[in-house]
Design a protein around this ligand. Sequence first.
Ligand code: PLP
Length: 398
Amino acid sequence: MKLARRLSVVEPSPTLAVSAKAAKLKAEGIDVVSFGAGEPDFDTPVHIKEAAKKALDAGATKYTLVEGTVPLRKAVAKWIGDAHGIPVEPGEVIVSSGAKQSIFNAIFALIDEGDEVIIPTPAWVSYNDIVKLAGGRPVNVPTKAEENFQVRVEDVAKAITPRTKMILVCSPSNPTGAIYEEATLRGLAKLAVEKDVWLMTDDIYRTLVYGDGKFFQPAVMGADVRAHTLIIDGVSKAFAMTGWRVGFTVAPKAVVEAMATIQGQSTTHAAAVSQAAALAAIEGPTDELEKMRVEFDKRRKVMVARLREIPGVTCVEPKGAFYAFPDLSAFIGRKTPEGKKIENDVQLCEWLIEAARVAVVMGSAFHAPGFVRLSYATSMKNVEEGVRRLAEALPRLV
Ligand SMILES: Cc1ncc(COP(=O)(O)O)c(C=O)c1O
């Protein structure tokens, strides 16, 4: 079969081997603690589900406008505007089928063949691939654990070329949980204006912030920055609504219109019932959201503290999202009790499933080999038991 050439630019996800192995063991009845999840373990709050059921009976079964329903666009404009203290008009909002589609549409609307998108790493797996699918070139700028995974503005400045079209940042970050400092984001925004490139901020985890972590949205800096910024947001992570597939973009009207053209020729719009649910989520009470955040925070503290107790493991404190990203590079190059050398983080993750019955995601999937990502979007019992298993298994590598 001859597939389209564009498929050749997308790499098969290295996480698949590990998740397939975990699924196989689970199917055999073997108890595996999985830290792989990229979604809250909580169910969507009841009042949101009830609103969706009512909406179905009231006729949310038909096409809506491509950009999203009028009430939802208005509510999103208010929700995001209020969150950052900036005026947002409904015409600057487009609703898509998940934040992933928001990012996809934005990149397809703005990136031409050969255009470069600067993406600091470690980074979420999909950014590079979406840019490549659009014919663009991802330019990864590495950050360091010793610097709390903060990107250096001067490194981004150095990476800018005449082909640069966009800087794409994610704070709080998947996979590191790092939150970019205000000074960093201000520096990036100034750079974007100066060089006349887009700044896309993926704010999907913005409500999941802990301790002294402080979220900053650079669009507050003024009209110049606003004119260069695309804000990606959504309900998936904050409201435990991953399966509903609703994401938001706030951008200059011309960008919203271009994204609507792309969306209008693909999915048309996010499902009508999901849009009704998202409306109930962002207009409704926030106590459930806060309960989930508090619970994530408790697990975060336990996970990080226990990981740090394991000799050879270092872990930067994650301040947002629901991931810890410890450095396990000390174990690469060591041998298993059976004498097999662990050559890289993929093999380390495979061994951890076999020997410790714990599934984690290899850092190389996020362009950070030697690290692993653990999601604490799982019960406290799993957090305690899973890290206990790691603590027992890792010293067996010599
Ligand atoms: C950083 C980041 N951005 C965007 C998304 C996509 O979110 P959604 O489920 O709303 O498409 C994810 C989901 O894993 C994510 O981790």
